[in-house]
Design a binder for this molecule. Structure first.
Ligand code: IVH
Length: 703
């Protein structure tokens, strides 16, 4: 990140793959005075120095880039005020040091942040060449540290950091820990390899496990881990790193793609062996496509990338274009949004999972990472919190990639103010109050799955599930604590005598509760299924599953493929539902023995419920083929219906109920205080109706 130059104007629009913030931040933070400029320079210099030392800077990559752009903009307007310490135009922001001269300068790369900026950069290059670029090469921008590895007669003799580009630090002592950097090449050549050293995700995890086992603090970031590891001399342990070569001195005349192939031949690691392999592209359109592909596979790559590098592939083009003092003119980095951000740890929540595992979750000051606002992050387990030495109020590094659950990596210890507080660990199960088994890394309620009983009974008895009136939180706790209910099926075995043993349970309440439970026995399949609390199956999905399979027996007989045939269930969700169904198998058997969920097929169940469109003469109803969304508060005939009941009504009338407005939505029922969904429907030209008009439309299907 510390390459303090960009080629394009700060006002250029950012494309989706580019950091959203830099251009925006830079214009927001337009430097209005010499004092603001001086402060920005000081901040950038401090950040570059911290980054170079160990990578743990409170300024994220995106913010640093934005700051440098603002500084550049100011310097363009006030050329007479440029401070000598400015990071602009300097390799490593001017922060790096080293005393071994490089055989040729180790250059940096200019950055672009959008397709438009890339296009104008390419046009500039072609103008300079006086002809179109012969071919492009597109490859990942590896998020590590640049090194130079000197070989004499095929033997590795010296390893250097980039330093300030002219001289670097000698880190030869670390050479034998770097995969991809052989002690001996396949041929006895005199060459100098240039490339990036990094910790792959696996190496990063392993490094942190080893470090914490040695009582050291874990690395906050793979790059700071790689930087620290390359420099460390007296560690009691050895950590493995990875090298990917992308350049070489001493192998002249090769086009870039051929150079990479030659490096691989010599036994050197390159990105060619990875999913994001460098690719030759004939046109800029192909280049853009490959950038999109590499950006898209970022989360799945086994190592971090912070951009995509576009290079003129032909040696002749490179030679003709030449280099500036800081960067070559034939290559440019298209930056991607940072996946690591710094934010504050506000609190820790302790959630009890269905198996009784008590898992800590970090509550964060909201931070946008790669376009998504992150408010929570996983903390794995209590031992992990201790290993990472986290405190409430800490500035922390948070990592988020693709669909991976964001995680807190480590605190920025140097940023502590003294106001940080220790994180309190629970002494009793936060859900049921019973003891915690702390013998394993992952803490667990001693009741295991049983801890869930109270919560699952309350859920199952809820209005949209079995709708058992009189069975709220207090009663559920009483029943479970008295040992009368250990799972949902026990509810249906309760006797009057048993109920009367409970405190504050008189004859009338007992009779009422028994009657409510009796009614629940005949609830339609979709509600019985929903009551099971299977992950990924809320009310809508339960209705779809019930309608699709028709009976509990058919649901239980379904394999993943059959489940995935239900609208809205993908392959992943099907696997989760299948596993959960297997886990509740014994419960389903016991429920079946009580006559719950058996014999009721979905259409038969509907006999006790209002008629369905199918009952009314086929699969057509007034809403056949419609995708309906309901928003705002309902009035008129719909006033007393829960949202779930309105959705059930839509489906009975032959329509599909959905919770969000999209292009596929055909009708929005907008009640009072309808907000963003109404606006979206208007924008998309979706028909909008009032609850009253809608009630007339579906009058035959009202409960
Ligand atoms: S080419 C003259 N290719 O990014 C060649 N650099 O921000 C200049 N980097 O200094 C470098 N992946 O440390 C090149 N595929 C790649 C790269 C790459 C990562 C680093 C390198 C460079 C920095 C610039």
């Amino acid at each position: 990140m510390k390459d303090a130059a960009t080629t394009a104007s700060p006002a250029a629009p950012a494309c989706p793959a580019a950091p959203a913030s830099p251009a925006a931040l830079a214009s927001l933070a337009a430097l209005a005075s010499p004092a603001a400029y001086a402060e920005a320079v000081a901040t950038a210099v401090r950040a570059a120095a911290a980054y170079y030392a160990d990578g743990a800077t409170p300024l994220g990559d995106d913010e640093y880039d934005a700051l440098v752009r603002a500084i550049e903009a100011y310097e363009r307007e006030h050329p007479g005020e440029v401070l000598p310490e400015t990071p602009t135009g300097k390799v490593a922001g001017g922060a790096a040091v080293g005393d071994v001269p490089h055989s040729a300068p180790m250059l940096s790369l200019d950055n672009v942040f959008s397709a438009e900026e890339l296009e104008s950069w390419a046009a500039g290059l072609e103008r300079r060449l006086g002809h179109p670029v012969a071919a492009w090469c597109v490859e990942p921008k590896l998020d590590g540290l640049a090194v130079a590895a000197r070989y004499r007669a095929g033997r590795l003799t010296r390893l250097l950091t980039r330093g300030d580009g002219l001289a670097g630090e000698d880190i030869t002592h670390a050479a034998d820990t770097v995969l991809g950097l052989p002690a001996r090449l396949a041929e006895p050549l005199d060459v100098e390899l240039r490339g990036e050293v990094l910790l792959t995700h696996e190496q990063f995890e392993r490094a942190n496990a080893v470090r914490t086992a040695h009582g050291a603090t874990p690395f906050a970031h793979p790059r700071s881990g790689a930087a620290g590891t390359l420099r460390a001399k007296d560690r009691a342990y050895r950590l493995e790193l990875t090298f990917f070569g992308y350049d070489a001195l001493g192998l002249p005349g090769l086009d870039h793609g051929d150079l990479l192939a030659r490096l691989a031949e010599l036994g050197v690691g390159t990105a060619a062996g990875t999913q994001a392999a460098p690719r030759r592209c004939a046109t800029l359109a192909e280049v853009e496509q490959r950038i999109g592909e590499i950006a898209g596979m970022r989360a799945a790559l086994p190592f971090g990338i912070d951009g995509v590098v576009v290079k003129a592939d032909a040696a002749a083009d490179q030679e003709r274009a030449g280099s500036g003092s800081r960067a070559p003119r034939w290559a440019v980095a298209r930056k991607l949004r940072a996946q690591h951000k710094v934010t504050r740890l506000l609190g820790v929540e302790w959630n009890v999972g269905r198996t009784g595992i008590i898992a800590p979750r970090a509550v964060l000051e909201p931070v946008v990472i790669d376009g998504v606002t992150v408010t929570y992050a996983t903390l794995h387990n209590p031992a992990d919190i201790e290993r990472r030495g986290l405190m409430l109020g800490d500035q922390v590094f948070v990592y988020r990639a693709g669909d991976v659950i964001p995680r807190v990596e480590a605190p920025l210890v140097d940023e502590r103010t003294g106001a940080e507080q220790p994180i309190a660990f629970p002494e009793a199960c936060p859900r049921c109050g019973d003891a915690i088994d702390t013998s394993e890394q992952r803490w667990r309620c001693v009741r295991g799955r049983g801890c869930q009983t109270v919560a699952s009974v309350i859920y199952a008895a809820g209005r949209d599930q079995l709708d058992i009136e009189g069975l709220g939180g207090t009663r559920a706790v009483q029943l479970v604590e008295a040992g009368l209910v250990t799972d949902l099926a026990d509810l249906f075995t309760l006797s009057r005598e048993q109920l009367l043993t409970l405190e504050r349970m008189g004859d009338t309440s007992a009779d009422k509760l028994l009657a409510a439970i009796e009614t629940a026995r005949t609830r339609p399949l979709n509600r019985v299924f929903c009551a099971l609390g299977i992950r990924g199956t809320g009310r809508t999905m339960s209705r779809r599953i019930a309608a699709h399979f028709g009976s509990m027996a058919a649901i239980r007989a379904a394999d993943a493929e059959a489940l995935a045939a239900v609208d809205g269930i993908g392959v992943e969700k099907a696997a989760v539902i299948l596993a959960e169904l297997a886990a509740v198998g014994p419960l389903l058997d016991r429920l079946a023995a009580q006559g719950v969920g058996v014999g009721v097929t979905e259409p038969a169940a509907a006999v006790t419920a209002p008629p369905t469109a199918a009952d009314q003469g086929g699969s057509v109803g007034p809403l056949a083929g419609q995708s309906v969304v309901v928003t705002g508060s309902m009035t008129g005939a719909l006033a007393d219906l829960s949202r779930n009941a309105v959705n059930e009504l839509i489906e009975r009338a032959g329509g599909k109920a959905s919770s969000s407005v999209s292009k596929r939505t055909t009708l929005l029922v907008a009640g009072e205080k309808a907000g963003s969904k109404r606006a979206k429907a208007e924008e998309l030209g979706v028909s909008i109706t009032t609850p009253e008009e809608f009630a007339v439309l579906v009058a035959d299907f009202l409960p």
